[in-house]
Design a protein around this ligand. Structure first.
Ligand code: HEM
Length: 299
């Protein structure tokens, strides 16, 4: 069986063992788990669970605030994990490795599904429940999530104004600026389609990637052609479907968010200074991978 090597430059958090050593230990233990360790348990050394569980600092003793805080943290982790997969997918697409890019895209869609399930942890919250601790959050809002912006940027939703809140956090700001200057997954897809012989205008392929892509009829036509071949070797069609799944799951997150907002604060203004619901509805109107949706009318 193929074994992955330890990442170069990485110190093993736990001591690696072979299958044979594992079997010998289980035999020595008589089938029971190991209970004695010289240092901290290897699980904690790898997962850093004790650090993770120290990262919750609720502002009140309100019994519901902890779920609001932890659901937000869980979602942050999922934003980061999805970004990780999309970065890998973009890298593989840049190298014309379409088949291999399907795996990280599938993982991204599944992580987004997990992210969406996390909304259930907030369904109990009525306006009265939220109001009990809402003021304590001050101007804090998910709108200021840098990782969510990374996710949007990778999906091709690019509004450079939205990195302004991070001007005083040099490192975060620099990372977001770099992300804006890096082609999105959709930019990589368009370049790939052009390399596969689909005629796309040069100004589309050479545009400033920091600016949001405008839907284009040539891209739509390319997808109509790609989807016309339903054969098993048509990897571009599989790519189209994998991307559609990612876009749909991301759309579901936005939809669930709006529902959570309606449920817990109606149309009140947002903590982040926006009009709240109306602002979110405008933000949601921006479509991820737009031509993959519009092309379906012509199929
Ligand atoms: C019931 C709970 C929630 C309410 C009432 C709520 C409310 C809002 C509001 C009103 C906005 C608009 C900006 C503003 O604050 O003025 C917003 C934006 C946002 N919120 Fe929430 N939120 C909730 C839960 C969450 C959670 C758990 C997350 C996960 C981290 C989150 C992430 C975001 C993000 C990423 C945005 C920016 C969306 C965009 O740019 O389109 N929110 N939220």
């Amino acid at each position: 069986m193929e074994q992955t090597e330890l990442r170069p430059g990485t110190r093993a958090a736990v001591r690696p063992v072979t299958g044979r050593q594992r079997a010998a230990r289980a035999a020595r233990n008589g089938g029971e788990p190991t209970l004695e360790f010289a240092e901290r348990v290897p699980y904690d050394a790898y997962v850093q669970a004790s650090t993770l569980h120290r990262l919750q600092q609720p502002l009140s003793d309100d019994p519901g605030e902890m779920s609001f805080l932890m659901v937000s943290q869980i979602m942050e982790l999922y934003f980061g994990l999805t970004c990780h997969e999309l970065r890998d997918a973009a890298r593989l697409l840049r190298g014309d490795r379409v088949w291999e890019a399907l795996a990280p895209l599938r993982r991204a869609a599944l992580h987004l599904e997990g992210l969406n399930a996390a909304w259930r942890g907030l369904r109990w919250m009525t306006p009265a429940d939220f109001n009990r601790f809402r003021n304590l959050l001050g101007e804090g809002s998910g709108f200021q999530s840098a990782m969510y912006r990374h996710l949007e940027f990778q999906l091709g939703l690019r509004d450079p104004a939205l990195i302004r809140p991070f001007r005083r956090q040099t490192e975060v700001h620099a990372e977001l600026t770099a992300a804006l200057d890096t082609p999105s997954v959709w930019d990589e897809v368009l370049a790939l389609l052009a390399r596969h012989g689909h005629e796309l205008p040069a100004d589309l392929l050479e545009r400033d990637v920091a600016v949001e892509h405008e839907p284009h009829p040539a891209v739509e036509a390319a997808w109509v052609r790609i989807y016309a071949d339903s054969g098993p070797d048509n990897h571009l069609r599989m790519l189209g479907e994998a991307l559609t799944e990612v876009a749909e799951q991301f759309g579901d997150w936005r939809h669930h968010h709006i529902k959570a907002v309606q449920r817990t604060m109606g149309a009140k203004v947002g903590s982040g200074g926006s009009a709240g619901l109306a602002w979110l509805q405008r933000s949601m109107a921006r479509v991820v991978f737009p031509e993959l949706w519009s092309a379906r009318t012509a199929m």
